[in-house]
Ligand binder design. Structure first.
Ligand code: FAD
Length: 563
């Protein structure tokens, strides 16, 4: 510990993981004299929450790999007084003290503070389902140990003896298809369990729109996950789980990943203001309603980057950024907290699934005007081995050309495309400006016209009216209203499956077969949208004034309709 004087500033941080530890270490770098105490209820600090599912799955083999720091290492490098197994019980704002309990002994004491930072995170939601006490949740290292032991027990092998013994076949039910739910399903499959995933809504991964999530459902099913969508768990028995449609699933292990709620217990007990979304309210300087108490991370409400309304975004990046930012504020540096986009990525059975900003469901529900763009580009130049097709979706404000959100699903290259779009959104670039971005290219990494540039070209064509698109879920109505559908793929592609009612005229033959195209409104489509665009341009310049290209082509239509 550093030498402290009686008048050294006393800073207490509650929660010693993402936000809390970022705050404490940055504070030390800014103030060598302050006395900084970190209180952490669990037995570990600075552990890798995001790696926990992968230790259950055996991908991260060594438990010690999850433990990035210890109280001793943090004391040595940063002079922090880190107390694990220590719970902050209450805050006396009048006296500016935190009541703490050492869990091993039960001893309690009051610790005074000049500034207090709350980073208590979020708690797993535990709905009142009969038998819920048998369901395991994953929040910290102790939960991970319990889950590893439960899986080993169900498989009839000794905990941590996985490598040496042949596991017995057994089953698990994962409740909830959010980020952690799909990660848990993947990891339990990896462990050799038969896994059923139950999700109350019609799709997993809520940040994705329905046509984008179809490949994720396919990947889970192909990996052997028994998907039960649109159904909820009504009873958790000793060895099984009953669903709302009466299905009974065997379940030696039950994992509940139903979502998280801000942990506001300490803040509420201290009478701090709670915001409209149920998180701790903070201002732009991350101050709570008490000017001496700050809060960061999953426990607080953030400001949404589009609506500027209160938002709950429980992600590690935001928690870490806020932790650093709050240290700056306490140290008197200028600046303010930034608004959030909720940029996130998850791996699902070899797929990268990523999103940023708002999705179409949310834009539609909010009544916000938007334009959707779908593409299916290759992750890198197709002539170089190993290219994989991805699905990208961009949502654009049709009046301002502002980027509202994006989603991507594919085996490779999705991560960097979503990150570029998130960067563009943060920097205020328009959708059309994506066309002009100068991105690193060699055939094994991308394309000379990167998928990001292509999104920009499409956005620009739509903005200027050079192209007009129709969405997969608008097609049936357009055809009922009399639009002709022309499939411009090759006859071989057409023979393998197409949209009912389509007339097949390959794009390369179109100029010679214009007399076959009906004179009224026309929708053209190809496999992914590119040849459709070429065909639409031919028709537009040959006198058809109502020509629309199907966004994302047959691939998006098929994913959206499930045909
Ligand atoms: P936490 O990191 O949760 O830390 C809060 C700590 O406060 C806890 O350790 C808790 O024990 C302690 N605490 C609470 N109350 C008290 C008290 N009264 N006294 C003392 N200590 C207290 N995010 C991503 O962006 N990407 C991912 O891939 C990802 N994967 C995840 C996987 C799992 C299994 C989990 C659980 C989370 C994952 N997250 C991921 C979310 C990410 O971990 C959180 O957003 C982030 O850790 C939040 O930081 P925080 O500081 O707010 O809370």
């Amino acid at each position: 510990m550093p030498e402290t004087t009686d008048n050294a500033r006393k800073i207490i941080v509650v929660g010693g993981v993402a936000g809390g530890m970022s705050a404490a270490t940055r504070l030390r770098r800014l103030d060598e004299d302050a006395h900084i105490t970190v209180l952490e209820r669990s037995g570990h600090v600075s552990f890798a929450n995001c790696g926990l599912p992968y230790h259950v799955g055996g991908v991260i083999e060594k438990r010690s790999a999850l433990l990035l720091q210890t109280p001793e290492s943090l004391g040595a490098r940063f002079g922090l007084d880190v107390r694990v197994g220590t719970e902050a019980l209450s805050i006396d704002r009048e006296r500016k003290v935190v009541r703490v309990r050492t869990l091993a002994t039960g001893a309690e004491e009051d610790l005074p503070y000049d500034a207090l930072v709350l980073s208590p995170g979020a708690r797993p939601v535990r709905p009142p389902i009969p038998g819920i006490e048998r369901a395991l949740a994953l929040r910290d290292v102790e939960d991970t140990d319990a889950m590893v032991a439960a899986v080993a027990d169900a498989q009839g092998i000794e905990a941590r003896g996985f490598d040496d013994e042949e596991p017995e076949p057994t089953s698990a039910v994962v409740i909830g298809g959010g980020f952690i739910g799909v990660e848990m399903a993947e990891n339990l499959v990896h462990r050799g369990l038969h896994v059923a995933l139950v999700e109350a809504t019609p799709q997993v991964m809520a940040p994705l729109d329905p046509e984008m999530v179809a490949p994720v459902h396919d990947a889970l099913r192909r990996a052997g996950v028994d998907l039960h969508l649109g159904r909820s768990v009504t009873v958790i028995g000793d060895h099984d789980v009953t669903l709302s449609d009466g299905t009974v699933l065997p379940a030696a292990v039950v994992v509940a990943s139903i979502g998280v709620r801000p942990d506001t217990s300490l803040a509420e007990g201290a009478g701090l203001r709670i915001g409209p979304r149920g998180g701790i309210w903070v201002d732009e300087q991350l101050r709570t309603s008490d000017p001496h108490i700050y809060a960061v991370g999953d426990a607080v409400e953030k400001v949404d980057g589009l609506s500027h309304e209160a938002s709950l975004v429980p992600l590690a990046n935001t928690a870490n950024l806020q932790g650093r930012r709050v240290a700056d504020v306490i140290a008197g540096l200028p600046g303010s907290d930034r608004h959030v986009l909720g940029t996130a990525i998850v791996g699902v059975m070899g797929l990268q699934v990523a999103a940023t900003g708002w999705n179409e469901k949310r834009l539609r529900a909010a009544g916000r005007p938007y334009r959707a763009i779908h593409t299916h580009p290759a992750s890198h130049a197709t002539y170089y081995p190993g290219a994989a097709t991805m699905a990208l979706k961009l949502l654009v404000d049709p009046e301002t050309d502002r980027i509202l959100g994006a989603q991507g699903v594919g085996r490779e290259g999705v991560d960097k495309r979503i990150d570029v779009i998130a960067t563009a959104m943060t920097g205020g670039l328009s959708a059309s400006a994506l066309a002009g971005l100068e991105l690193a290219y060699a055939p094994q990494f991308g394309s000379a016209k990167d998928p990001i540039n292509m999104l920009g070209h499409i956005a620009d064509n739509l903005r200027t009216g050079i192209a007009v698109e129709i969405q997969w879920d608008e097609l049936a109505d357009a055809m009922t209203a009399g639009a002709a559908l022309v499939d411009v793929r090759t006859p071989a592609e057409f023979a393998k499956g197409g949209i009912p009612g389509a007339l097949n005229i390959p794009v390369d033959d179109l100029r010679d077969r214009l007399d076959e195209v009906p004179p009224g409104p026309v929708v053209v489509h190809c496999a992914v949208g590119l040849r459709g665009h070429v065909a639409a341009r031919i028709l537009r310049q040959r006198g058809w004034d109502d020509v629309r290209n199907l966004s994302g082509g047959y691939t998006t239509w098929k994913a959206g309709t499930g045909a």
